[in-house]
Structures are given as C-alpha cells and as structure tokens.
Design a binder for this molecule. Sequence first.
Ligand SMILES: Cc1ncc(COP(=O)(O)O)c(C=O)c1O
Length: 390
Amino acid sequence: MKSRIIYPLLENAFNKSDIKEAQKVINTQRLTMSVITSRFEKEFAKYFGSKYAVMVNSGSSANLLSVFVAKYLHKIKNNDEAIIPSVCWSTSLWPIVQAGLKPVFVDVNLKNYNALIDQIISKINRKTKLIMLVHVLGTSIDVVKLKNKIKGKKIVIIEDTCESLGAKLNNKYLGNFGDFASYSFYYSHQITCGEGGMVTTNSKKNYNLLKIMRAHGWDRDLNKKNEKNFNFVNMGFNLRPLEVSAAIASNQLKRLKSFAFVRDLNRNNIINYLKRHKNWDNQFRFVEPEKNSTPSWFGLPMLITKKYLRFKKNIIKNLNNKGIETRPIISGNFLNQKAAYIYKLKNKKDYFPNADYIEKAGFFIGLHTKLTSKKKIKILSNELLRIKID
Ligand SMILES: Cc1ncc(COP(=O)(O)O)c(C=O)c1O
C-alpha cells in the first residue's frame, strides 16, 4: 500500500487572490487572448528587463515559436546545426528537429548540470546556426563566458529559461543574454498559471514575427491599420494563451521574489541539517551554482556519490515509502530515451559520461514556497541518510 504523501514534489501553488483574478476574467466571459494578456506581457518584459514579451500557452510553445522565428529571420536552412545539451527537456529539443535542423549534443558539468562551454565551442562549425541553452533547475550556464568565446559568429542563442525564471547572472535576469528566451508557467515551476509560457526578445523584428506565428501566421496582432482584415503573412501555429492564464500568472509574478526567498531558505535549512546529521557521510553532492549567479530554485536536486551509488534504488524506495516524492533530473541523458533512438539522434561518437552519471545517480525532491518545518526536515533527513556504510 502506498503511504500518504508527507513531502510532495509540489504543493498547491494558488492562493485566494489568484483565484479571484481568474474569477474576474471568467465573469467578463472574454476567455480568449486579449487586454490582460497584453498587460501581462508588458509587465513581464519590464520586470525581467527585456524590450518585448509574447505570451503563449506553454514553455514548449515558447521554444517552438522561438526556433521557427529564428529559422525564418536568421535565414537558417534545413540541416543546419543546432547545439543542445544532452541533459535537456524533450521540448527544448523537438522544435529543433521539427524545424528541420540537426541537433548536435554536448555533455554537461556535474556541478550544476549545465552544458560544458568548451564542448559547445568544440562543436561549432560553419553549419552551426543556433544554440539552445537550457538553464537547468533554477541555475544558469555562464552565458557571458560563452558569448565572449563566440563573439563575431552569427549564431542565434535561445535561452531556455523554463526552469530558471527569476535566476540572475552577473546581477541580470536570465533571458537577457540571448536572442530569445523562453519561460514556462507550468504547475511545478517558479510561478504558475497551470499551463503557460512566454518568449522575450529585444528585437522588434523577432517580436513581430513571434506574434504573427503565435496566431496562424496572421498579422492581426501587429496593430496595423490594414485595409484587409485577414492577412496571412507567414506560416503559423495557434499557441495563444487564455486570458485567465495571463491573469493568474500576472498575480503570481508579484510573489516571485518571496517564493524564491523561501525556497532558498528551505534549501539551506535542509542541506545544513543533512550536513550536521550523525549519519552524514557525503552521501549526496548538491548543486553548486556558478559564482556570478543567483539561482531561483523549485526543486532540490542531488547526485548520490560513488560510495553510495549502489544503494540508489533503496534510497528512493525508502523516501517514497515514507511519503517523500522524488523524480529524475530532467529527462536524464536525453539520448538514452526511446524517442532519441526512433529519430536516430544519437551519433556514434556521442559519449556523455556526465549526463549518464546524472541519469544514474541523480534525483530531486521538491522545494516549497512555505517554510518547511524543522519536524519535516528531520523526517526528510533521517530518510535520506537511513543508509550509512560503516
Ligand atoms: C527546460 C525546459 N524547457 C521547456 C519545458 C516545457 O515547458 P512546459 O511544460 O510549460 O511546456 C520544460 C518543462 O518543464 C523544461 O523543463
């Protein structure tokens, strides 16, 4: 029998004011994208310091839209190459394949699971037209260092910031370093409206085409005074969000800083408790963010160290039996997934030992937006450290 969940991966993320804002929209009976979405886009752009923001119905859609707009405007051709870390989310990757580009994978580091910059550089050739940077689980890759190394090259950078909303690098919010940035408001993320996403950019050209492709390839959202109302000026999708999602996300954005503060505090409390526990024997290695960064957590990922690796199944089983939920780190090494085989994404030379280790040794538990009690931290720690080799 499954035990009661005492420490879930995610807790209820909505409060009364979120529901009130949603209710207000429902009462207007205007559910399709309209003024609240545009208002939220402006708020979002201002908050994170970008010029433009375009809301969509998910983080996956934000990636899809960014890749297709980048392909069209930056004259990227079929079979041109896009570099992507092997530890990524499925929909960081699939838009690249769907747009007819060739994904080229790189390994990640064991400190914070972000792509290895030197490997990115080593894989760049004249066919490389795009880099999909995935900021992992509230942390960031050092984009500044990467950009310095590829200065002068015409390569589009998309920062997939779906897991790191609110994190900073060199005191600047992530999403401000590339040509496009994508964000997700999925249930478990830093802020949520159930489902939703955003793309930001500083280029007016990108912005206009993002709006066109978001909605059928139609130019209706460009505020142009057209003689003709139904102008289809490019290819398109329908990735529009609902007004109600914008209303909730906008209300949640007001609490982003306090969510991040409490999550960081919970993380420190848990790690400090573990390290002072009588059974602490360096069973786990925790994420070490880049020195010039401020992370924005929503989970507490860890790697089981070599000495304890053979106990991974037991550690996870003990936690789950006690009602503590766990999950793998993103999708592990994506090249080990069945979908990667179906689409023949793995190259003979692709060997990513760090991504494999993260898949084999990694897991994460939740980090909540309310203060986690000492009692819970004790239960959590006792379970995490139940196994000790003498
Ligand atoms: C790195 C990354 N990119 C994209 C996505 C997709 O976001 P969504 O679930 O909103 O479609 C996720 C989802 O968790 C993600 O982790």
